[in-house]
Design a binder for this molecule. Structure first.
Ligand code: CP
Length: 334
């Protein structure tokens, strides 16, 4: 059975740096690989995507392979992931068969399966992603699950390296107001990867919007072993002071998980203050502005900031292609 790419924490900081180096070489056209020649990779999308889907399809093509895109409930059967369940509801096929059949055709399986934001205790365990990994006899690549988006996070670390070099940076992950609760996969993975890279991380969010405690424990432990630090702030102005990187993202509150109307009522007071604008960016050390995209302009970030010379969001999106090629090459080189 091959190795998976489910979270960056399954990989050592040195391994992640090697992937970033290889991705930078792919970007500079200093390295070419046909590792997927004559092979196919399945891309299973339970949810919409622009960047992940397009960059994976292009990346597989550039590595000489063939992408097989499937959308459960659309272009393929609806899927059940629970074990020992009586399938007399609306799910037609079990992941146990779906994944093992795909593994007979494909060298790896990528899967996107967002949180449905209904049951926190269940979703924080990433049940659908884990079911894929349990049944797959080929490597599984997480293309964003309920709790993690490791391809995005590694592209983010590559972007910081590309723009600011290899040294430890002051990196701010800031919550932003958004008109609906969103999953925590991106902030979780960004915090984890930044800690693994040894950056000094500040996580700023309003009261009630803390990330998962167990995840934060892992972030702190990774930061300690990489020589970096983790700080927390509920003061969105102070948090921007002298940072080198501003990473904006909105996420839902664990306190109101499954109750979006309550979350929206609780966050209404934060709309004016928790936005990335020129005044906040002026407090930074000429920070680069990052966001995974898609982003709501003048909600998460003002036009002036995202259109400024400090915004690297398009390079960040491009880097998804290069880093995913590096990940696939590493997983499939044999
Ligand atoms: N950042 C990201 O994963 O974008 P998509 O949702 O468009 O794939």
């Amino acid at each position: 059975m091959g190795r998976n790419f489910l979270t960056t924490s399954d990989w050592s900081p040195d391994e992640l740096r090697t992937l970033i180096d290889r991705a930078l070489r792919f970007k500079q056209k200093d390295h070419v690989s046909q590792v997927l020649s004559g092979r196919s990779v399945a891309l299973v999308f339970f949810n919409p995507s622009l960047r992940t889907r397009a960059s994976m399809q292009v990346g597989i093509y550039e590595l000489g392979g063939n992408p097989v895109v499937l959308e459960p409930g659309g272009s393929s059967w609806t899927l059940e992931h629970r074990e020992a369940v009586v399938m007399d509801g609306d799910k037609t096929e079990h992941i146990a068969e779906f994944v093992r059949v795909l593994a007979r055709y494909c060298a790896a399986i990528g899967v996107r399966t967002f949180a449905s934001l209904k049951d926190w205790e269940e979703e924080r365990l990433d049940p659908v992603l884990k079911a894929f990994a349990r049944h797959a006899e080929v490597p599984v690549i997480n293309l964003e699950s309920a709790m993690h988006h490791p391809c995005q996070a590694l592209a983010d670390m590559m972007t910081i390296t590309e723009k600011l070099g290899n040294k430890r940076k002051q990196v701010l992950l800031t919550w932003a107001w958004h008109p609906k609760p969103l999953p925590m996969a991106v902030p979780n993975s960004f915090a984890l990867a930044a800690a693994q890279m040894g950056h000094n991380l500040i996580i700023a969010n309003p009261p009630g919007y803390d990330l998962d405690e167990e995840l934060l424990g892992e972030v702190k432990s990774q930061a300690a072993s990489a020589g970096g630090s983790v700080q927390f702030s509920q003061d969105v102005d102070e948090a921007f002071a002298e940072v080198d990187v501003v990473y904006a993202k909105s996420w839902g509150s664990k306190l109101f998980y499954g109750a979006p109307a309550d979350d929206l009522a609780a966050r209404a007071q934060y709309r004016e203050r928790w936005i990335v604008n020129e005044q906040k960016m002026a407090r930074t050390n000429k920070a680069i502005f990052m966001h995974c995209l898609p982003v709501r302009r003048n909600v998460i970030v003002t036009d002036k900031v995202i259109d400024s010379g400090f915004s690297v969001v398009i390079d960040e999106a491009e880097n998804r292609l290069h880093i995913q090629k590096a990940i696939m090459e590493k997983l499939l080189v044999n």
